[in-house]
Design a protein around this ligand. Structure first.
Ligand code: UDP
Ligand code: MG
Length: 155
């Protein structure tokens, strides 16, 4: 089953948008397979943002991501990675399309409310980085037949 890692960043926590962002994912029909609050540290962020450690903005990104505890979530659904990336919008909130999470709630390239995995492979890797196996739950929401047709449901 395809998984994606969501981080409700300190910008989301500080601005009291946690409920609204989670509501968007639930309204869409995605299933929450795991969710918890945690304080990120430099070690996990150096792994998670390994592709950015040499960028000049990395120290600022570290401070930003450690500013408050965050909420981490694992969402599942058919093609969940691409569905969620479309809901999140472009990295820079100022150019993210209206209707997306970043487009509706943000004004910053860095303080952009949420993280979402960018490929199914990274979804698996990132969920394993932030959750223990027994923190991820497999269950079938009772709404499933109203969300997917017979073929789609076998994702
Ligand atoms: N970021 C930044 N400045 C940049 C590019 C990225 O501060 O020029 C931050 C921003 O918070 C972004 C995160 O680094 O969400 C990870 O960057 P990535 O390119 O992976 O963007 P994303 O996948 O989050 O859209
Ligand atoms: Mg990324």
């Amino acid at each position: 089953m395809e998984k994606t890692l969501i981080i409700l960043k300190p910008s989301c926590v500080q601005r009291a948008l946690v409920g609204q962002v989670i509501n968007r994912f639930q309204r869409k029909g995605l299933t929450i397979a795991g969710m918890k609050m945690m304080q990120l540290d430099e070690q996990i962020l150096r792994e998670h943002y390994a592709h950015l450690v040499d960028k000049p903005f990395f120290p600022s990104l570290l401070r930003s991501m450690m500013a408050t505890p965050v909420i981490v979530m694992c969402l599942v659904g058919k093609e969940v990675v691409s569905v969620v990336r479309a809901m999140v919008g472009a990295t820079n909130s100022r150019v993210a399309a209206p209707g997306t999470i970043r487009g509706d709630y943000g004004m910053s390239g860095q303080e952009n409310i949420v993280h979402a995995s960018d490929s199914p492979e990274n979804g698996d890797i990132e969920v394993a980085r932030f959750f223990k196996p027994d923190e991820i739950f497999t269950y079938q929401p009772i709404t499933t037949p109203a969300i997917y047709n017979d073929q789609e449901r076998n994702y």
